[in-house]
Structures are given as C-alpha cells and as structure tokens.
Design a binder for this molecule. Sequence first.
Ligand code: SF4
Length: 309
Amino acid sequence: MNKQQKELAEKILKLKNEKRALLLAHNYQRPEIQEIADYVADSIGLCRRAQQEKNAELLVFSTVNFMAESAVMLNPDKKVVIPAKNAFCPMAAMLPAEKVKLAKKKYPDAAVVLYVNTLAEAKAMCDVCCTSSNAVQVVNSLDEERVIFGPDSNLAWYVQQHTDKEIIPIPQRGFCYVHKLFSEGDILLAREQHPDAEVLAHPECKPEVQCIADFIGSTSQMYHHTIESPKKEFVIATETGLIDRMKREQPGKEYIPAYSEAICSAMKLNTLEKIYLALKNEEPTVTLPKPIMKKARKAVERMTEITGR
Ligand code: SF4
C-alpha cells in the first residue's frame, strides 16, 4: 500500500469499528482491499460469514451486484452496501428472468439449477442454486433426468462431464468474459516454462482449457488445493485477485497467472475510497423486493440442504 492508501485504510478501519460494520471482500478484489477486509472468500462464503456475525449491523460487500443481492437475501436483518454501485457482472446479466421462464416452458419436465452468479430475479425462478464447487453434487441429487442450467455454459459443460443427466444450458453460450480469456496455448506455454507446476483452472474456463488442467475447482477449492498440495509451483487460471490472496496468505509457494490480463473490471470498480464513502454514508444500499427475496432465498437454502453447507 502507498502512503495515501494507508491513510484511507486507517480511516476505514476506525469507521468500521465505530459502526460495527463488516468489510467483506471477494477473492477477486484489489489487494489493498483484501488486506483490510474482515473476510476474503467466495460469494457464498462471504454471505455465510456475515450470517455468523450476529453483532454486525452494516455489511460492506466489496463484490459485484449479484453477490451483494445474495448477502441481502441471506442477511435480511442487516443493512448491505456495495461500494461501487455500478459493479455489474456481465455474465449474470446474460440470464434475465424472462429467459428462465421461456426455458421452463420449453422443457416442462426439467429441473432448473442456476449458478449463484445470477441476479435475484432469475434465482427466484429456479428450483435450486449451486456454486461452482457443488454444481455436480446439486445436479446429481435431483430426481429429474433433464436439468436446465445457467448462465455459464462452460460450467454446464463441466457438470455434463460428471453426470448422466441431460444438461440444457441457458443461455446457450453464456460465459464469463474473464475466464474466457484463457486459451489452450496459455496453458501449454505455462507448462513449458514451469514444468514442475500444477495447473489449476476454474470451471468457467473453456472446455479445452479444463481438459489440460491438473485440477479444476472454484476459487475456494483452488485456494485450499494449493495449501494441501505438496507442489511448490502453481499455474492459476482464474481472475488474478485470487493470486494476490494466495501470495499474501500462503507465502513460500509460487503462483503464476496463466494469463496476467485476466482481470474483472467490474470487481475492480471497488476501491478504498469508495469503501470509505460507503461506510461513511451507508450507501449505496442494496435492497430486493420481498417476493423475489423470499423465492431466491429458498433456492439458495435448498442448495444448503443438499450440500450440508
Ligand atoms: S469474474 Fe466473471 S463471473 Fe465473476 S464477476 Fe467478473 S465477469 Fe462476473
């Protein structure tokens, strides 16, 4: 952190204590934000931590829009603010509720499983949500033989490799533009340059990237894998913020980005300055209409019932 960032960080920490607020930062946040956050985790991990913090009244959710919505639905008694109000995930925007409705009409016998990376209005229309770490478990737990799955078609492909059910992706080519940046060539080059490294890829990466990775997992799974693995070098195919976290929290191993420009601009809209202002003014707040919140929460809770966490 530079001098200016340090001064801002001190002001944030002071205000956070005074207001009994929690600063929750996603794994893809800027390093200076991760450094002062109370928790750094994936989106559902952050929501769960907030639920455990009974005394916290204000949640500063340094993430993107759909994650802050999940925080609202799982913490209805707390005030949720998002520092960058325009931090919109383009992948979540690819699946408006209307598209879910149309798919349900087209495949009335299919169950609807939506990745948590969707907007609340879409979640409210599904049977159950999933994360990238439990998608296979959730799908395989269902009675239905056909499953409408969205919005990420690469995660849908990954699930299809681990189930006998028929996966119907909606939209047909939904994707995360950040994970789409990784190519087979990036992985092959990294392997050549780092022959002892293990290659870890997110299931939002393209199938050809997943096929040549040593390990496929969510950000939390990748994080824990690097701790447990005896390897000392890792090539990481996900947003570079996770690498910042690994370097800070688990020094002594080497983490190499599979592509150093894999940066989510929506995530990076959050800054220390915006966090300070969000804390001070307690806005922009995130709210949801009650009926949507209730239905979307039910879909997330069903996921918890299936996975036990
Ligand atoms: S990394 Fe991809 S899925 Fe995550 S917020 Fe950015 S665009 Fe959305």
